[in-house]
Design a protein around this ligand. Sequence first.
Ligand code: TMP
Ligand code: MG
Length: 215
Amino acid sequence: MAQQQARGAFIVFEGADRAGKSTQCQMLVEHLQAQGVAAELWRFPDRTTPIGKMINSYLTSQSDIDDAAVHLLFSANRWEKREELLRKLHEGTTLVVDRYAYSGVAFTAAKGLPGLDRAWCMAPDAGLPAPDAVFFLCLTVEQAAARGGYGEERYEKDEFQRKVLDQFHAMRGSSWRVVDASQSIDAIQQQLREQAAAVVARCQRGTSPVGKLWE
Ligand code: TMP
Ligand code: MG
């Protein structure tokens, strides 16, 4: 029998823009650390790498990149972090990650371009480490708009966000924990802490190896 090894948990946050992911991720990481759990906050796109800088320039409309090509850049940005991500998990560090491949699929598929359907969008991420849990912060476009509107970046428009949400809902699997993001920040955080504690404990028991997308 393969030796069982304790490891960190891989927790992904997904949701449309303005759902509160970044706030909740930050709070969760600080809570875990205060509990003595080694934990780090990661985010995709990781805009610090050379690929991430190209993505940043696209998102801030300093450059235009072909839709298929930029999709592959977002995916490559996850692949270039794969080794470090697995190393951290195996060293026992829990990673709380703000967006992952689900955003990649949802945002490109939402463009509705010929040839770039959901299956095409999923292909480049196949084989990446699969998260142990996906927390989906669920907020309607109207609720998000009531929070004071979107920012200036590409994709931050009502009509497009509605299509992104449709894609997320079409993709969400049974392992997703859907959280009503219209609740207060503290109420949401409380639910996330409970769910995260269970996932962290399961990974510490060492009985669940890191899976692969899209298995
Ligand atoms: P951020 O606001 O979380 O930094 O994400 C930047 C934007 O990039 C956001 O609108 C979602 C989008 N995105 C993709 O289009 N593909 C991806 O693979 C990821 C991770 C994000
Ligand atoms: Mg944003």
